[in-house]
Design a protein around this ligand. Structure first.
Ligand SMILES: [Zn+2]
Length: 94
């Protein structure tokens, strides 16, 4: 897992930290994605993908034309599909 990802030209910093009752979040003002330090392996990686989709939504301005609940469904399903496509066997990021 990298410490930052460039999403549509914007660096998003990845922080692993204590979070209460959520697996992760994406702050599009500070460009920070936070992942719960309670997660490991596949769940940690799925959460990262989910939050990256939120960042894409913001950077591509989907979030101006879809509701947050729809964005949530897109983030969840895209994360799962991308994981299955590219990382199912090895999600350690080499
Ligand atoms: Zn979400």
């Amino acid at each position: 897992m990298k410490k930052k990802y460039k999403i549509k030209g914007v660096d998003y910093k990845i922080t692993i930290c204590k979070l209460n009752n959520i697996d992760g979040d994406c702050d599009n003002e500070t460009h920070e994605i936070r992942i719960s330090d309670k997660l490991a392996g596949k769940e940690k990686f799925l959460t990262l993908l989910h939050e990256i989709v939120h960042a894409i939504s913001h950077q591509c301005a989907w979030n101006q034309v879809i509701s947050l609940s729809i964005e949530q469904i897109i983030a969840e399903t895209s994360a799962q599909v991308l994981f299955d496509l590219f990382f199912k066997k090895d999600y350690s990021f080499k």
